[in-house]
Design a binder for this molecule. Structure first.
Ligand code: 5GP
Ligand code: ZN
Length: 139
């Protein structure tokens, strides 16, 4: 637990939240400032800022809750789809430094955008550059 973390305070019960799912190590609750009806956040109960900080078991449990909740929330609110994503790090827009998966139900004609919209200007990468990036990552 981190003392000055809002989501740790929610886990501890010090800040109220609209809980929609709870397991031993994972909590899901509605976003206080939702982007759509049913917008939920799925978090590990233990404090970590980055997805890369999670061990495999916890990451698996977190994603299991996500894959269970996405269709469940969708059918509950009558959504047509969902965006599922993580802002990992301040440069990516992370405001609360405790890992959280956004589950954002989407509705036909809601005026929103796909995840492709989160990037900045697209880099103009040659095939050679793409090959080099893939090789470096795969190493
Ligand atoms: P981030 O930009 O870090 O990915 O998103 C943080 C999210 O947490 C935002 O969508 C924001 O509305 C939500 N949020 C911030 N504070 C609280 C809170 O105290 N309770 C709940 N339920 N959601 C919060
Ligand atoms: Zn925390």
């Amino acid at each position: 637990m981190s003392d000055d973390c809002i989501f740790c305070s929610i886990v501890a019960g010090d800040i109220p939240a609209r809980t929609v799912r709870e397991t031993d190590d994972v909590l899901a609750f509605l976003d206080a400032n939702p982007l759509s009806r049913g917008h939920a956040l799925v978090i590990p109960k233990s404090h970590a800022q980055h997805v890369g900080d999670l061990d495999d078991d916890l990451a698996g449990e977190l994603f299991a809750v996500v894959t269970d909740l996405v269709p469940h929330i969708g059918s509950t609110v009558g959504a047509d789809g969902a965006n599922v994503g993580i802002n990992d790090g301040e440069a990516a827009g992370q405001e609360v430094p405790h890992v959280h998966v956004h589950v954002i139900p989407r509705f036909e004609g809601d005026g929103g955008a796909p995840l492709h919209a989160v990037g900045g200007e697209r880099p103009d990468l040659s095939d050679d550059e793409l090959d080099a990036v893939a090789e470096a990552i795969a190493e």
